[in-house]
Every structure is written in C-alpha cells, then in structure tokens.
Design a binder for this molecule. Structure first.
Ligand code: MG
Length: 168
C-alpha cells in the first residue's frame, strides 16, 4: 500500500466562474491561477503523485508552459492517475477537505464527490469530500483564498483489497 497527501491554496477573487472538484460551484467568485485553478483537483492530483513518489503537479504541468494556461484540471488529474495505474496501483480511497468561507459548499458536496469518482473511474464510496469554513479568521475566513487538502491510499492492483471485509 502507498499513502499520499496533497495541499493547495489559490487566491479568491470576485467574478465567476469558480470550479471546485471539477464542478462549477459559483458564478460570483473565481480562483486565480495559471490553469483553471481548481484547488481541490490540484490537491487530489498532488496526493496521487505523492503516493507513488512522482513529484508534484508543478513538475508535471509547469506554469511556465503556455500549454498549461487555463488548462482543465480534470485532464491533469486524469494524466496523474494514469501514472498511478502504470506504476501498478489502484485507488483504495481518498478523503479531501475544502476550506472556503464562500461559497457555502454543503449542497454541492455530492456533486463534487460524484465528479471526482467519475474522473478517477472509481465508485463514489471510495471518495470522501468535506467542507469547512474559515470561521471568518485568516485568509480563508476573510474570503481571500480557498484551500484544499487530500489524502489518498493506494493498493497494488493484484492484491486483495484490505478495506473490503474478509467475511464477504
Ligand atoms: Mg494549484
């Protein structure tokens, strides 16, 4: 098994469109970045790359490369996950948290979870999505930024899944 963690922060600015986890969640805000600035998918991508010790998203998709300008983060995540699969691993589960004062994400968590599972072609019960506010303090709470964290657990493709019950 391999474990990986990812963290990312992007600056929040007025005006749409804000994408989190591959889902458009607001037309009132957007995140500033070289790609589409999907902070959550960037954290998931880094967690997957970290689990196989393959560097980080900036190594794979440098912001000095014009090809990455405005790039769809779902595509970057798919390419990173291909590396995971080629290394002989599959995703046992991932758990992620978005830290955002605005917009409120409660109602959209199921959509985000569905989309991440869809990008990675795994069932939704392997994807956990949580949302926290910044309690109005710090850059998150002052609505200056949104952060995301992710932890992933990978298993070797041909091993028994240790998260499945052995009584089945
Ligand atoms: Mg980023």
């Amino acid at each position: 098994m391999r474990i990986g963690m990812g963290h990312d922060t992007h600056r929040l600015a007025a005006g749409g469109v804000l994408r989190l986890g591959g889902v458009e969640v607001s037309e009132e805000w957007h995140l500033v970045g070289h790609s589409d600035a999907d902070v959550l998918l960037h954290a998931v991508t880094d967690a997957l790359l970290g689990a196989i010790a393959a560097g980080d998203i900036g190594d794979l998709f440098p912001d000095t490369d014009p090809a990455n300008r405005g790039r769809d983060s779902a595509e970057m995540l798919e390419l990173a996950f291909q590396q995971v699969c080629q290394a002989g691993y599959h995703l046992l589960n991932l758990d992620c948290t978005v830290f955002a004062e605005q917009p409120k994400l409660g109602a959209r968590k199921p959509l985000i979870r569905h989309r991440i599972a869809e990008i990675l072609r795994v069932s939704e019960d392997r994807v956990g999505v949580k949302a926290k506010t910044g309690e109005r303090v710090g850059p998150i709470g002052r609505q200056e930024a949104i952060s995301a964290e992710c932890v992933v657990l990978l298993g070797l493709k041909f091993d028994r899944d240790p998260t499945e019950s052995s009584t089945k």
